[in-house]
Each structure stands twice: as structure tokens, then as C-alpha cells.
Design a protein. Structure first.
Lengths: 324, 335
């Protein structure tokens, strides 16, 4: 019994050990710690998406189109801004565009399409639309905005968005009925429907929220660097990796926002730390970094699966015991 | 039991981190750390530049990291540069895929005390505040040589007649764009020359070949192709050879002798243009190391390591004139 308790705790401890190692790795190689703020911006961006993705995955869904939604919102903003609209109005409209195309995702899912198929399709569609609108070209050399929204109080805005989205998600997912609905839908959509949970409305809101934060991230990025339609290709997979490494079950129903935060910090530090080492050790290239993330995903997935099964087995044993 | 073991693990983990840290501290008297970034890794052009850079690094005893993204992606470049800044690099030399999108990253690197230079292709000078651009050859020289080679090969009475196309690389690449800016107006001196299209297959060999094949199919009267990236020229030559249009379509542009040897020997390509890529890499590291010590003073002609007669202006270092390769001299170059 004791032994079992120990093994059961390893998956809980494993990420923390990884975290410690990864953070140690990063800080051992850093000579300008202040510059880490800039290095972390891209991971803050991934983190924002991963947190919303966690809620979606908890409800048994997935959103593959986040990268394309950022691209489309960003291009929309770039075009309006370049055409002479004030940056503030263009920013507002970009967030609106994000929310709208997120709502379209939600609508497709509510219609009964599998989220994987629906967002795979819109991933292609939105990114195609973005490329068409800007003619395949980056929109740079934008005029200076009246208010620089890429930084707030000396910190890149991505960090503020991350803090806000994290707080909101903690509250919503772990403190409200809405959050419990997400878990219930992910656990068993049929049962959720019978329990009079508004399955469709919940799903629709989740995908709309995903679009909205994508739009928000697009605004910050566009203010800083311009509209680059292919800059965020593949970011959805990074976000999903953070969710899974954190320990949220990809099939839904099990997991949490805090876990994802842990996943983000682990993956970010491993990636940055390995990149730092790659200068000294030539065999650690971009390929090796991808492989490490891949191995990490497999290990965590196997652990999760195993954990879920043993839990189930314990439950059925208990049920059996009760019957006797 | 459980707590004890996990505690041990924590301690071991922490100690190993500290060890890594200590290793770092020991080489406090470390040499200059230079990070040099190509547009992308894994193509012959930038491999050759990397060899030259390594040679200079060994001569000077500097700590060189030559690394870049695996595709021509500006966001990946920005990420890597930011990490280099945090790691404490002294000088960063970058060949940006996009002169504007990289600017804010370069600017922030400069403001954190890193010397930033560009090489091969430039960043936006004003918004990036980079200190020096290591230029292979003035853009006019390259553009003019490209047109001259075409006139020699496909012209009649020193005039170009017929249909022509340009195959470039990434749409935002500053160097290709600066050459085309000079080439296109020069073509107006040839009233019978019709420039049909400019294609941007990115730095992708397969795409470049496909685009060329499509162009060849679409324009049966096509007279000449300028393929102006190191990746595009061999791809274009292959497409022309596959279509059996050697002799009818004159192909030229910029690429590496090693990639073009076959096509030059079988006559698909008669002449093409480039500069000494290895020397460009070599010069970049020389400039980076020199800048770390002192600001570079403008000079008409000065020696940098094994290279002499390097021209230095206010914000540029220029390697020299472009080279023209043909059947007779191609075997003298091993990059």
C-alpha cells in the first residue's frame, strides 16, 4: 500500500523535478538575466493559448486554429492600420475579428462536427484567408501608435495578458458552475446532456474565448513587429504540448489550469536551456530540442494513461467490494 | 520513505544545477563570444559562409557560435537572438530574413549592450540601429553584372529581346530586393525586353523547381531566367534541363560553384555570378571581433586578417567585386 502511494506520487513530483532541472539549466547559462524577459515573451504567448486550450481540452475538445486566428487577426489589424485607421480602432477590431472567427469555430463544433476536424479545417481556412488578404507579404513599416500597447509598465504585454487570463481561467474553471460543466462534458458528453448541462453554449463560449485571446495576442505582436502571417505557424502544437505535459488528459475530463502553468514553465525552460547549451555542444540542435519535447510528451502521456487506468481499477474494486 | 526519497532527488537535482553553474563561473576570463546567424541553416551557401567564419574564429581565438533557424523564418531568428542576448554574447551578426520584422529585436539587443551587425543582407538601419553591414559587394555591382551576363548570353547586338523572368527567394529578403530594384530600371534600356514575372519560391529548392517548370510551360517563347538566390539557380537550371530547353532559355543568376558544376559543364548555364562566400563569412567574424575592441574607422582599403583591400564606409564593410563563374574557372573554387 505504501509502495503504491509512492509510485502514485511520482507523476506529481516528476514535473517539479523536471522544472527544477530546467530552471537550473537556464540560470546556469545566463549572463544577462534581464534579457530573459524578452526570451520569455514567446512562451508567455504560448502560455496564454495553452491556458484557454486547457479549458477546451477539459471539455473534450481541441482548438488547432489558434495560430491561424492570430495570423488572420494580425493581418486584419495591419491592413486597417496601414490604411490610415488609428491603431486603437484597428486593435479593437482585430480582437473582434478574433472573437468572431473563434465563434465560427464554436458554431461548427456546436453543429456536431468533431472539434479536431472543425478546427483543422478552419486552421487551413483562416491562414489561407490571412495570406490572401495580405498577398502573402508581411505588413511591416506600420506607423507609430499613439499608445504603445506592446509594453505595459515596462513589461511586454504578453505577461500581463498571461496573468489576467490565468486568473480568469482559475476563477472560471475551478470556481464556477461553468468550469464544472467543462469537466462534465469532457468526462461524458452524453451524461452531461442528460444532466441538463448547456453543452452547446459552454462549448461555443470556450471556442469564442480562444479566438478572443488569439486576437489580443495578435494586437500586441502586430504593434511590436508588424503583421507576419506565418510567424505563429505551429504555435497550437506548442500550446497543446504544454497542456499535456502539465498533466491534463488529452481526451478531457481530467486536469487543470495550474497543471498547465507548470507544463508551460517546464517546456519553456527546457527549450531555452537546451538552446543555451547548443552553443557549447553541437549535437544539441533544433532537432534535439524537438526530440526532448517529444520524449517528454510520451513519458507524461504514458504516466497519465497508467494513472487513469489504476484509478479506474481501484474504483471498480471498491464497487465490487461494496456489492459483496 | 517516500518523502525521504523525493527529498534526495530534489537535492541531487539542485546540486547538478549548481555544478552546471560552477562550470560557467570557471571560465570568467572567456574570449569574445560572437553569435553569427545565417538566414537559415543547411543550405550550401550558408555552410560555406560558416566554414569561412570558423576559420576566422580560430585565427582570432574568439568563441564563435554559428547557428540559425532551419527555415527562412524571421520569428525563429528573433527567438534565437533574444536567447543569445540573455546568454551574454558580446557581438551578434545576423543575416535577417526580414529587415523590418527583426528590427525591434536587434534594437533591444543593442540597448542591452550587445554589438549588432548584419551580414549578407541588411536590416532596416534606422529602426534596428545595427552598427555595421558586412556587404558582399555593392548592390549596383551585383545587379549590373547580372544584367551584363544576360546581355552577353541572350542578347542580340547588345540588346535584350524577348521574354524574361526573375526567380527570387523570400519576398522580404533585403539583398535580393535591392538587386532587383537596380535590375528592373536597367532593363528599360532594352525596349524589346519584356520582364513577365517575378516569382518568390522562398529558400526552397523544390518550390523553385516547380515554379520554373510552370513558367517554362506557360511561356514557350521564354528567352531568359534570372534565378537570384543560391537555391533558386540550380533549381531553375534543373527545370530547364528537364524540359529540354537548354540553349533556348538562357539561365543565369547567383549560386555556388559546387551546386552549379554539373549545369555549367553540360552547358545549361554558361555563366553565373557570386562573390566569395567563404570570405564573406571570414570577413564577418573579423569585423565582429574588431568592433568588440574598437569602433571601425572608415577606410578606402584596409586589411582584415588574410583579406586585404577591404573598403570600410560609415556603416558598411564591403568585401569586393562580384565574381563571374564559367566553364574555365569553376573548378578553382571549392565552396
Amino acid at each position: 500500500m505504501k509502495r503504491k502511494g509512492f509510485i502514485k506520487n511520482i507523476p506529481v513530483l516528476l514535473p517539479w523535478l523536471l522544472l527544477l532541472l530546467a530552471v537550473g539549466l537556464v540560470f546556469s547559462q545566463v549572463e544577462r538575466p534581464a534579457a530573459l524577459v524578452n526570451v520569455g515573451v514567446q512562451w508567455a504567448r504560448v502560455g496564454v493559448l495553452a491556458i484557454v486550450m486547457t479549458a477546451i481540452i477539459l471539455s473534450g475538445g481541441i482548438d488547432l486554429s489558434v495560430g491561424s486566428m492570430i495570423a488572420l487577426s494580425s493581418v486584419a489589424m495591419g491592413l486597417l492600420w496601414k490604411a490610415g485607421w488609428p491603431a486603437e480602432v484597428a486593435s479593437g477590431l482585430a480582437v473582434l475579428v478574433g472573437a468572431t472567427i473563434g465563434a465560427i469555430n464554436g458554431f461548427l463544433v456546436v453543429l456536431g462536427l468533431s472539434p479536431l476536424v472543425a478546427t483543422l479545417a478552419t486552421m487551413a481556412f483562416y491562414s489561407g484567408l490571412a495570406l490572401m488578404l495580405c498577398g502573402g507579404e508581411k505588413i511591416t513599416k506600420l506607423p507609430d501608435p499613439a499608445i504603445d500597447t506592446s509594453q505595459i509598465a515596462g513589461w511586454p504585454s504578453e505577461y500581463w495578458i498571461l496573468a489576467f487570463v490565468f486568473a480568469a481561467a482559475m476563477l472560471l474553471v475551478h470556481g464556477t458552475r461553468f468550469g464544472r460543466w467543462c469537466y462534465a462534458i469532457g468526462d461524458n458528453p452524453m451524461a452531461a446532456r442528460f444532466a441538463a448541462i448547456p453543452v452547446r453554449r459552454t462549448q461555443w463560449w470556450l471556442y469564442t474565448a480562444s479566438g478572443m485571446v488569439s486576437g489580443l495576442l495578435a494586437v500586441v505582436y502586430t504593434v511590436r513587429k508588424g503583421a507576419i502571417p506565418d510567424a505563429h505557424r505551429g504555435i497550437e502544437l506548442e500550446a497543446i504540448a504544454c497542456v499535456v505535459v502539465g498533466g491534463t488528459l488529452i481526451t478531457g475530463g481530467r486536469g487543470g489550469i495550474l497543471k498547465t502553468l507548470l507544463g508551460i514553465v517546464v517546456i519553456a525552460n527546457i527549450d531555452i536551456g537546451l538552446f543555451f547549451l547548443s552553443g557549447r555542444f553541437k549535437f544539441i540542435g533544433a532537432d534535439a530540442r524537438l526530440m526532448v519535447v517529444g520524449v517528454l510528451l510520451i513519458v507524461v502521456a504514458v504516466w497519465n494513461e497508467w494513472l487513469a487506468r489504476t484509478d479506474d481499477r481501484v474504483e471498480t474494486l471498491n464497487e465490487a467490494a461494496e456489492r459483496i | 520513505m517516500m518523502i525521504k526519497r523525493s527529498k534526495t532527488a530534489l537535492v541531487v537535482g539542485f546540486l547538478s544545477c549548481c555544478l552546471l553553474g560552477c562550470q560557467q563561473d570557471q571560465d570568467a576570463e572567456s574570449p569574445v563570444r560572437i553569435g553569427m546567424m545565417p538566414k537559415l541553416m543547411g543550405i550550401s551557401f550558408f555552410d560555406a559562409a560558416g566554414r569561412g567564419a570558423q576559420e576566422a574564429a580560430e585565427e582570432l581565438g574568439v568563441d564563435l557560435t554559428y547557428d540559425g533557424p532551419t527555415e527562412d523564418n524571421t520569428e525563429q531568428q528573433a527567438k534565437m537572438i533574444e536567447a543569445w542576448v540573455a546568454q551574454g554574447f558580446d557581438v551578434i551578426a545576423v543575416a535577417p530574413n526580414d529587415p523590418d520584422a527583426i528590427a525591434s529585436t536587434l534594437f533591444s539587443a543593442q540597448s542591452q549592450g550587445v554589438q549588432v551587425i548584419t551580414w549578407d543582407t541588411d536590416a532596416d538601419v534606422e529602426s534596428s540601429q545595427r552598427s555595421i553591414f558586412v556587404n558582399q559587394a555593392p548592390a549596383e555591382d551585383i545587379a549590373n553584372t547580372l544584367v551584363d551576363v544576360m546581355v552577353r548570353g541572350a542578347g542580340e547586338n547588345k540588346k535584350l529581346t524577348g521574354q524574361f523572368v526573375i526567380i527570387s527567394g523570400t519576398k522580404t529578403a533585403a539583398n535580393q530586393n535591392s538587386w532587383m530594384e537596380i535590375m528592373v530600371p536597367r532593363l528599360q534600356q532594352h525596349p524589346d525586353c519584356e520582364l513577365l514575372e517575378t516569382r518568390y519560391p522562398t529558400e526552397d529548392q523544390l518550390k523553385a523547381r516547380e515554379e520554373t517548370a510552370n513558367l517554362l510551360a506557360a511561356y514557350p517563347e521564354l528567352r531568359g531566367i534570372w534565378a537570384i538566390t543560391s537555391v533558386a539557380l540550380p533549381a531553375a537550371a534543373k527545370a530547364v534541363r528537364d524540359a529540354g530547353r537548354q540553349g533556348q532559355v538562357f539561365v543565369t543568376g547567383l549560386s555556388l560553384p559546387s551546386l552549379m558544376r554539373d549545369y555549367v559543364q553540360d552547358g545549361t548555364v554558361e555563366e553565373f555570378v557570386l562573390f566569395d562566400v567563404e570570405k564573406l563569412g571570414y570577413l564577418t567574424v573579423q569585423v565582429a571581433a574588431a568592433l568588440h575592441r574598437n569602433p571601425l574607422l572608415p577606410a578606402e582599403s584596409r586589411a582584415m586578417g588574410k583579406l586585404d583591400s577591404i573598403r570600410i564606409t560609415e556603416r558598411e564593410v564591403i568585401l569586393g567585386k562580384p565574381l563571374i563563374f564559367d566553364k574555365n574557372n569553376i573548378d578553382q573554387y571549392n565552396f
